[in-house]
Design a protein around this ligand. Structure first.
Ligand code: BGC
Length: 768
């Protein structure tokens, strides 16, 4: 491409731009925009030195409110393109001033931050938000977080985290949107839209960074940073689709994963970065490494030293290096030696400049906090409260012990370490979360109850890991004097999140014993759990009357939990990840394959019931665990309500659907109980025969609906060819003729089923 003018070189570097320019998809003004942006990029690149280009590819950590001399100098001479973890507005503006006014070319900085679930106002952890199955609410949450973060000068969020994970041991499941590819894609795209707003160049729009590309959620044994082995077919069918959805939603950047994918660490993985991301998906934004993940290529044993790590990441197409300086140290040498050429360098720099231009940073590099809505204003708190409300999942409710009736309950014992802990309810990754904003469950209950009932609070345990029995006697006394016991249990924030995986995912410390002690009082026991992951609850379930799972619900967790406890609102969260009975069942997920020997309730024999010296045949040669069976404790999509919903009258638009056309599936959902409530109506599909085996069910649609008692509504879902497609043996996205089953209901165990057949004998294995 040497003979081409610079502007065309930058367009050629991203075929998507060329395609768009000549496709007729764009109106003239949009084409002009592309040409204008690429012309600006080309102009800048033509004036940049190699050192300045590499500078754009370098991201350094901020100094939290100051600008050390080295940082000042580096920005001034154009050796830095981005700073992360600087949230002091004066410092951010000063850094931008140095970049824009004192550096030779005046290129503004990207200011990155982990805005994972809110900024000062903290939303439920992403796994909790996923339980809402409410993309619009998730989008509004990200919008609110973007506004608050932007007011501190941040223009780039390292979010959403869209690693599909089927392992609750993995601490970062808290940051994820759960086990399902489709749900993760829909909600991840909603977050991208929320962060980026309608127009990237407007104040309050910040670039998103879906992460970690790709496969990180499959870390072996749920141990963080561990190896991942994911066959390409599964990678394409399960782990990659959320990234594609996020890019289709306009995501401007991606973060490469720390993990080793099938022997090639993601940060040096050309298949991921070049073939999938650029060639197949035509991504025209940029990729940032994870923290020091380029340097770590040699620790993985993929490269011999930092120099080769820089080479591997650069040639794979990682545009920006986070935290370390292998690019700065080694790229000049590669250019001099001819190991890489300047066109390769320019293409990677162009991607970064493109995002900076789209963000409007050249026109508006500075932040005036006054132009944003105030932090934690009532609107923001309301979003956080609604998100917490919709995220809470009612797991058990024996004898309808919930909701508590304020008219008949005269005294409550509130027991446990999570009732009144403004910090622990916020969850992991809350660098900027303002603890003073937290409203705890105890505060909310006291306010709600007023003088209508007496509340006696005994924390008992200093934290969730406490092992002593100190305080048990006091708690027993309080329970004995109360009409009901509400226990606040769970995991502290630090027990989930990055590098905080657990091999035992039951309630830590003495919490199960505390439940036992409360059970023995004979009073109704209601347990509210705040945690960063699905937990195994077998050791408490037969001793409690109700279980509410509230995740780490964030700033407004208290009022949301209170509203559910007292029936101001009915619970409506649904599980975004399967809850195992025992940790040994992991990975256990609803969209599993059928196997050649599927289990049935009839063939299952519990380990204790196998006769001594029984013949080998005893358990029917099917796929199950002798001790845990084959079903989870709680299935994906499960969650109870204070009302009842019934499903009926499922139908398909036609029993035979020509390939390439859409089919509509609908069913009637009725509120047959006593209270108005939300229900998440879910659609599952099974392709009965595939040239690679297909999961027993896959979520393909959902809708949150609100129904009054006695009200019913027909809910329809349209399944297009892409919803019925999968990557087959040839790794191409195909649909095949044949039979499909569809279910509509309130969980992945929905029983109401219909079916249709895709027909078109001529178009076998049609690529879409
Ligand atoms: C995490 C990323 C995060 C980065 C910057 C890394 O340790 O894996 O998700 O964005 O740090 O804080």
């Amino acid at each position: 491409m040497r003979g081409f003018p610079q502007v065309y070189r930058s367009i050629f570097a991203q075929p998507i731009l060329l395609i768009l320019l000549f496709s007729g998809q764009l109106v003239a003004a949009e084409k002009e925009d592309i040409i204008a942006i690429e012309t600006k990029i080309a102009d800048l690149i033509s004036r940049m030195t190699v050192a300045e280009k590499i500078g754009q590819m370098t991201q350094v950590n901020g100094a939290e409110g100051s600008i050390p001399k080295r940082l000042n100098e580096a920005v001034k001479v154009g050796r830095i393109g981005s700073v992360l973890n600087e949230v002091h507005i004066e410092t951010v503006n000063e850094l931008q001033r140095i970049a824009v006014e004192e550096s030779r070319l005046g290129i503004p900085l990207l200011i990155g931050r982990d805005v994972i679930h809110g900024f000062k106002t903290v939303l439920p952890i992403p796994l909790g938000q996923a339980a809402s199955f409410d993309p619009e609410l998730v989008r509004r949450g990200a919008r609110m977080a973007a506004q608050e973060a932007a007011s501190a000068g941040i223009n780039w969020a390292f979010a959403p985290m869209i690693d599909v994970t089927r392992d609750p041991r993995w601490g970062r499941i808290a940051e994820s949107l759960g086990e399902d590819s489709y749900l993760t894609g829909v909600l991840g795209a909603a977050m991208v839209e929320g962060f980026q707003g309608d127009d990237l160049a407007l104040p309050g729009a910040i670039a998103s960074c879906p992460k970690h590309f790709a496969g990180y959620g499959a870390s072996e044994s749920g141990r963080d940073y561990n190896t991942t082995n994911i066959p390409e077919n599964e990678l394409r069918n399960v782990y990659l689709p959320p990234f594609k959805a996020a890019i289709d939603a306009g995501a401007q950047t991606l973060m490469a994963s720390f993990s080793d994918l099938n022997g090639v660490p993601a940060t040096g993985n050309r298949f991921l970065m070049k073939q999938v991301l650029r060639d197949e998906w035509q991504f025209d934004g940029f990729v940032v490494s994870d923290w020091a993940s380029i340097e770590q290529l040699s620790i993985h044993g993929f490269t011999a030293n930092d120099r080769e790590s820089a080479f591997a990441a650069f040639t794979a197409g990682v545009n920006m290096e986070m935290a370390t300086s292998t690019y700065a140290n080694h790229l000049p040498g590669f250019l001099e030696a001819g190991r890489v050429n300047v066109e390769q360098l320019d293409a990677l720099v162009a991607d970064i400049l493109r995002v900076k231009i789209r963000l409007g940073l050249f026109e508006n590099p500075y932040t005036d906090p006054g132009q944003f809505p105030p932090i934690a204003n009532p609107g923001h708190l309301e979003i956080a409260r609604q998100a917490a409300l919709e995220s809470i999942v009612l797991l058990e409710n024996r004898n309808r012990v919930l909701p508590l009736n304020i008219k008949s309950i005269k005294s409550l014992a509130v027991i446990g370490p999570m009732a009144d802990d403004p910090y622990e309810q916020l969850g992991t990754w809350i660098f900027d979360g303002d603890i003073s904003l937290s409203q705890t469950p105890l505060q909310a209950m006291r306010e709600f109850v007023g003088d209508q009932a007496e509340i006696s609070h005994v924390r008992v345990m200093a934290h969730t890991r406490t092992r002593s029995r100190e305080g048990f006697a006091e708690a027993v006394k309080a329970a004995g004097a109360a009409d009901a016991v509400v226990m606040f249990l769970g995991e502290e924030s630090i027990l989930s999140g990055e590098a905080h995986s657990r091999a035992d995912i039951s309630l830590p410390g003495n919490q199960a014993e505390l439940v036992n002690a409360m059970h023995e009082t004979g009073k109704p026991v209601i347990v509210v759990i705040q945690a960063g992951r699905p937990l195994t609850l077998q050791n408490i379930l037969d001793k409690v009357d109700a279980v509410l799972f509230a995740w780490h619900p964030g700033t407004m967790g208290g009022p949301a939990i209170n509203d559910i406890l007292f029936g101001v609102e009915s619970p409506s969260g649904k599980l975004p990840a399967t809850f195992p009975r025992m940790v040994g069942q992991v990975p256990i997920y609803y969209a599993h394959k059928k196997t050649g020997k599927p289990p049935t309730p009839e063939t299952y024999v519990h380990i204790d019931d196998i006769p001594i010296r029984q013949k080998q045949l005893s358990s029917g040669f099917v796929s199950h665990h002798l001790d845990a069976g084959f079903t989870p404790q709680y299935a994906f999509g499960y969650g109870l309500s204070y009302t009842e919903f019934s499903y009926s009258d499922i139908g398909v638009s036609d029993n035979e659907i020509p390939m390439g056309e859409s089919v509509t599936v609908s069913a009637r959902v009725s509120n047959t109980g006593m209270v108005e409530a939300d229900e998440v109506v879910q659609l599952y599909v099974r392709d009965l025969v595939g040239n690679v085996t297909r999961p027993v069910r896959e979520l393909k649609g959902f809708e949150r609906v609100r129904l009054k008692p006695g009200e019913s509504r027909r809910i329809s879902f349209v399944l297009g060819p892409e919803d019925l497609a999968f990557f087959g043996q040839e790794m191409k996205l195909i649909t095949e003729p044949g039979e499909f089953h569809v279910w509509i209901g309130g969980s992945s165990e929905a029983v109401l089923r219909s079916q249709f057949t895709l027909i078109n004998p001529e178009a076998q294995n049609k690529e879409i």
